[in-house]
Design a protein around this ligand. Sequence first.
Ligand SMILES: Nc1ncnc2c1ncn2[C@@H]1O[C@H](COP(=O)(O)OP(=O)(O)OP(=O)(O)O)[C@@H](O)[C@H]1O
Length: 463
Amino acid sequence: MEKSIKKHDLKKLHAGILDVLSDGIYVTDAKGKTLAVNRTYEQLTGLKREEIMGKLVTDLRNQGNFDVVLNPEIVSSGQKKSLVQVTKEGRRVILNGCPVFDEAGKVALVVTFVRDITLLSQLQDQISNQQEVIDKYREVQKRDKLKQQNGPVVFESQEIVQLMNVLDKVAKTDATVLMLGETGVGKDVFSRLLHQRSLRQDEPFFKVDCSAIPESLIESELFGYESGAFSGANAKGKPGLFEMADKGTLFLDEIGELPLLMQSKLLRALQDQELIRVGSTKVRKFDVRFIAATNKNLEEEVKNGRFRSDLFYRLKVAVLQIPPLRERQGDILPLASFFFEKYNIKYRKEVNFTKKFCDALQNYKWPGNVREMDNFIQSLIVTRDKEILDVSDLPHYMLRDAIDMDRSSLSDANKSLDELMRDYEKNLLKNALEINGSVAKVAKLFKVDRTTIFRKAKKYSLL
Ligand SMILES: Nc1ncnc2c1ncn2[C@@H]1O[C@H](COP(=O)(O)OP(=O)(O)OP(=O)(O)O)[C@@H](O)[C@H]1O
């Protein structure tokens, strides 16, 4: 520096030096009066130099420009101090204040270094959010694993016998399979069976429920990730389910729930049997047989733009449509007997059922299919002590289905409406009396008084 630099030039130079620093700088005297701030400070806090110069930090705090100050404590203690301050624009900054002493050893100035930690705090929040999501997903996975013990597959109906013929043929090929059917029909059960009957039976079978993985984790769960790919990730990186199922079968349940972006990535992976882990550029080969399942109408989903048509056609190579339980009557009793036996053993009971009870199960529509029956029989066995269950042990909604008559008799073209109505009423009452066994119960079921049922039953000679 040249000797001839004048005092006011030196002041300007100091200001210039402060402005090139990447930390914010805030200088006050011992009373807390603002003497200087630099450009970075203005940028970090949004406070302008001219608004604060000459003002006391405590006044600025009281006016709401920031929430805390550290100068008074530094002046009284003569010690350095740090704290986090939130500015009026909501930015979080960390303050490191240092005392500057005069010749007498008293604090003459407080110089505070100001750094923005808003981003850091946001990242920290994100990491803990991600961690929560990861923990939750792991829990779901653990629960799912517990459910994955293979039990016997029960069926006797012609519909399933035919389906099994196709399943056996398809199993031996390596074709991608699409399992369709309402919720609870057994898509999971038949997918495992298909794997067991395939050439990959000694290799792993993995199931992934596409609706249970948070959207932000789907890609890394399926394709894996490289070290440091995202906050909360394992430091060493991790293979995804495609790599873990290598040589085996991967069952993609609820495929209709896969976000569109993942659908295109899945399509590419299916076609090329190649993947790139999240955060990597390396292409990895894998060898997996895919089974996809859904209870959605994928054609409708394609029409509505929620499912990619190219993926749909790629998955449609071999389709196994599992009929709902009400359309395979031959399976109802074998399944009911199977669940009675299973839960009698599990809960050490000997609960049995009557023929009428069976008939009612047979006539019920089972909207939740095999899962509904499984849960229903389990709860009956858990909650009842009676050894033989009869229709009276069934809930009303099941009895209503059970007494519904065969509608084919209603299509008799030679009958008038009055005659048809009479037939319908007669049949309904006949079934209801048979199943419920008493006028009082039927009256309760149809929400009328006993005399009405009695009168009608006499009219139709049902008593
Ligand atoms: N044929 C069967 N024999 C024995 N148990 C069965 C049979 N079919 C289904 N189940 C049982 O019924 C329940 C539902 O079956 P599963 O999970 O395979 O249905 P899903 O069609 O995959 O249902 P979702 O569409 O809701 O995923 C399971 O507990 C399963 O063990």
